[in-house]
Design a protein around this ligand. Sequence first.
Ligand code: XUL
Ligand code: CO
Length: 439
Amino acid sequence: MSQEHFPHINKIAFEGPKTKNPLAFRHYNSDEVVGGKKMKDHLRFGVAYWHAMKNQLSDPFGAGTAIRPWDDGSKTVENACRVADACFEFAGKLGIDYYCFHDRDVAPELGSLKASNDALQAVADHLGKLQEKTGIKLLWGTACLFAHPRYNQGAGTSPNADVFSYAAAQVKKAMDVTLQLGGLGYTFWGGREGYSSLLNTDMKRELDHLARLLHMAVDYKKKIGFTGQFYIEPKPREPSTHQYDSDSAACLNFLREYNLLDHFKLNIETNHATLAGHTVQHELTVASGAGALGSIDANAGDELIGWDTDQFPTNIYMTTQIMLCVLKMGGFTTGGLNFDAKVRRESFEPEDLFHAHIGGMDAFARGLKIAHNIVEDGRLGDFVKARYATFDSGIGQQIEKGTIGFDELETHALSLGDTTMPGSGRQEMLENLLNDFIA
Ligand code: XUL
Ligand code: CO
C-alpha cells in the first residue's frame, strides 16, 4: 500500500466495556472463545465494498455528501486500485476478515463490455495481490445488474434478449473473477427482476427466463470449477415495484419450481425482511428450515422511514435473535455477516465509517455472547421442546410417523371429551427470560 488513506486511525483494539475511547471495541474481541469457537469464526464479518468505499451518500432529495479522499471519481483502473487499497487498509484496521463486491463497485463500467471486462480483470489482479498481502478473503462476489440504464426493465427478466445476453455476459465475467479471487460464494440479488406494471408484463415468461439465467450460471460454475456457494438475496421491492424474489418463502418456491434448490442458499438481509413485512428472525427461520440459510447481509431499517435505509445494526435484541438462529443451524459454513449498511448522509467523514462498523461488530459480539448463554442455559430450548411433547410418543408420534389417518384420530378425539387444551404458550415469561440475558 503506497499511501495511508486513514492516517489518523490506528488498528482498532479491544479495550473492554468500560473504555471511553470511541475508536475501540467494547465487546468484539476477535480471538475470544465463545462455545469452543473464536468470535471472529462465529461472526465472519464482511465489508460491503459498495457502501463502505463507493457510496457517496446521496438520497432522492439531495446530492452526495461523503468525503472519500481515496476516490477521485475518475473511471480509471488507477483510481479503482487506489479505492481497493483504501478498502483493505480499512478492513485491516478493523480486523474484518472478509469483503463483498459487485463488479461495478470495484471497477468502472466503460464504453463496451470488452473495455469493462479488461478494467475488471486489471482490478481483480490487484485485489488478488491485496488479499495475499493481508489475508483478507472474498466472502462473495456479484454482478451489478441494476444500475446501468440498459437494465431499466430487468436483466434476467428483461423483455429484450440482447439485454438478457449482456446480463449473462456480466455474470460470467463476475464469476470468473470471483473464482480467481477464491471467493467463498456468489450472490444474485435481482433488484430489477420484477415489474412496475402487470399491464405490460408476461410474468410467467419472465420467471422462466430468470430460471434460465440461473441454470446457465450453474452450468458455467461446473465448467470453470467454481465450488463456492450460490446465494439468492430476497427483497420485496425497491427499485422494482414488485421484485420476484420477494422473501425467503418466495425464493424457496421459485428455486423448487425450477429445480434449482440444490444449487442455491439464501442471503438474508434484515432491512429486506422488514420491507417484506417480516422480522429478520422469520426470514432466517424459513430459510434455515429448508436447509438453505447461507449468509446474512447485516443491517437495520428505520421504523419511521418506509424504505431500505441500510443502517448499521445496533439493536442488541435483534443481533441476539439473529445469532440464536445462526447458532441453532450450527454456525456459518460459507457465509458470514456482511455489513450491507451505509453511514447516514449527515455522517460524511471517513472516521464515521469506523464508528459505524465498530458499533455493528460490538452489537453482534454482544448478540453472540447472549445467544450462546441462552443456549447454554437451556430453558428456552427446553420450553420449546416440552411444548411439542405430545408428539414424542403415543398418538402424536403416530401422526408424525404417518402411520395413522382420520379414522384413528376420530376414535382418539371421541375419547377426549371437550376440555382438550394445549399448555400455555408463556410468551411473556419467555420475553422476560430473554431480557434477563440481555441485561
Ligand atoms: C440492495 C442490496 C444489494 C445486494 C447485492 O438492497 O442489498 O446490495 O446485497 O447486490
Ligand atoms: Co444486500
